[in-house]
Design a protein around this ligand. Sequence first.
Ligand code: SF4
Length: 489
Amino acid sequence: MCGVIGIWANDHIVRDMYQGLLAMQHRGQDAAGIITYDGRFHTKKGNGLVRDIFTAENIQRLRGPIGIGHTRYPTVGGGGGEDAQPFQVNSPFGIVMAHNGNITNYKELKEDLSEEYHRLLNSDCDVEVILNVFAQELGEQKTRDLRPEHIFKAVEGVYEKVRGSYSVVAYVAEQGLVAFRDPFGIKPLVYGSRNDGLIPSYAVASETVSLNLMNFSNIKSIESGQTLFLDRDRKVHTKRLASCRHTPCLFEWVYFARPDSIIDNANVYKVRVNLGRFLAAEIRRRKIPIDVVVPVPDSARDAAIEIARKLDLKYSEALVKNRYVGRTFIMPADDERKSSVRQKLNPIASEVKGKRVLLVDDSIVRGNTSRAIIEMVRECGAKKVYLASYSPPLRFPCVYGIDMQTKTEFVARNADEETVARRIGADKVIYQSLDALKKAVMLENPKLGEFCAACFDGVYPTGDITAELLNEIESERAHARENQLELNI
Ligand code: SF4
């Protein structure tokens, strides 16, 4: 999971870009970068949070009305500074690019680029592969004056070669700004405009909240397989170049996206409220006796409020979050994840003592975080501790950009609710069904009918994920994790 932004405005964009990236810090806290253009490229990238990488001094030199920005959570690669995006090539044009997603035929493409086209790739970051394939395809257009048809042809070449998920923004020096979403539209991408000059300014971003905070409006989704091109005169050209099924990532509405964002025209906040409503109906059906509903902050708050409201129960924010500790789900190494739970969440004992507590969380991954929270609530004297997950059991790895463990590490792998409850020390676990999750999204946008739900049901929409490839990706992940642990010692 990463966040991308591309802007072409009437004035210097770096302050907008900084605000836009801050609004997408939740999509990746590992690294960030900005490249601007004013006749030459200006670059600043590094490991860490947006506020730490960009300072009042270094932001001054990021001059120009055009820029590409990125916040990163590493999926492939070791996560070193050299892997921070955006990336740049200088042939056949100066091009900078950033993406959100994961390329599943990365290794094969990297070899092809080196052997067939003598392109040396310097990092382990998969955007470098997309960038070089795109550059190669642009070179084959045999022109220095790129028109929409040349851009579309080059992106078609990318679609033919690159497998997996990718939402991309790029700027081709003196030619135009390009944004495209993979043929299945797995990762979100939106664009909007701002009337602040003779020609409107435009911006592309992973989430609408970023565009809102940069004062862009007229926001539209880029569809699966669709390409947007802002030409030299900043005229907008769009074209759908691939007609696969539109299968956006269901987990965006569960956890990744901010509640004040709209993903594929479905309001994230409202989806989470729907999920709370469905869980409340399930809890009522099972007649589970509860005294107080407590969300695991922050993402579970909207669903938990709705559960308490529907069941007419007391709602309490009895787990207090230290907001200066990073998100546990996206903290790379497991040891960091475990030790950070206690630093991150502290229960208010008086709110749970002697009570039957329903904890509400967005999901249960390995169960380590849930186990630690349940233990803390019990230590405070809770009579019973139930855990409701407003998403279904996670059982399969994500190959499209989320480092969600290897399949053997999921607490719900080969396990029913009772087994999961035993494993995490809860008195009961209540999961949302997959049908209910899909329905919660479709109520907000009835045009959506298909989704990527692979981490829940093991069906990978791109249709090219073989058992062999899954094993390969999993062993790479396990290996990367070992390396991270070693580095942390
Ligand atoms: S596997 Fe899960 S997290 Fe990954 S893209 Fe699909 S729905 Fe999203």
